[in-house]
Design a protein. Structure first.
Length: 184
């Protein structure tokens, strides 16, 4: 989104940028057959954020003053490794889910990466061909960002803009059992 932000800055239009992290509600979708989360995230951390927190932050910006020209990294309250993320999921489903790191090359070549394999199969069923290289690269790049430490930042944007704490992955899973019902 860097180029989009630069374009808007150069246009002279008033702006406030909300830079949302990766969404918490996608986490349960990342569990593959055999209760494995297989992604190229290394030992990096991610401050998963709920869509509700992002929406509440946007409402905070739109209903108060002083945000013009500001950029906010909208994150959850903690940065978890994928192994810690798997532990959170294990606690709610009542069985062990594990993280199995991949290299980006393995993810691109095998497409056996969590969630990517599901999208690949759905696309093949609907169209007769799988995901294109760009779609695979977008997916892999999210986890490469985790591996590189780019998504480890925990910001105070949600509490600052909403007046309440950001929701943790554990709290989200407890209050949204439908998000992982496919794992039960």
């Amino acid at each position: 989104h860097y180029h989009t932000e630069e374009y808007i800055r150069a246009s002279g239009v008033p702006f406030t940028f909300l830079r949302a992290g990766l969404y918490t509600d996608n986490v349960p979708q990342g569990v593959s057959a055999g209760d494995v989360i297989r992604v190229p995230a290394g030992d990096g951390r991610c401050a998963w954020v709920t869509r509700n927190d992002v929406a509440a932050a946007a409402v905070g910006v739109l209903t108060s003053r002083g945000h013009e020209g500001q950029s906010y990294d909208v994150t959850g309250p903690e940065a978890l490794t994928m192994a810690e993320t798997a532990e959170c999921l294990s606690a709610v489903v009542g069985r062990r889910i594990v993280y199995q790191p991949q290299t980006p090359e393995e993810a691109r070549a095998t497409r056996s990466t969590s969630r990517l394999e599901k999208f690949e199969a759905e696309r093949r069923a609907l169209t007769g061909h799988g995901l294109d290289e760009y779609e695979v690269e977008v997916f892999v790049s999210h986890f490469a960002q985790i591996a590189a430490g780019d998504l480890a930042l925990v910001s105070d944007a949600v509490p600052k803009l909403t007046g309440r704490p950001a929701e943790s992955l554990t709290d989200y899973l407890r209050s949204h059992p439908e998000s992982y019902s496919h794992l039960l």
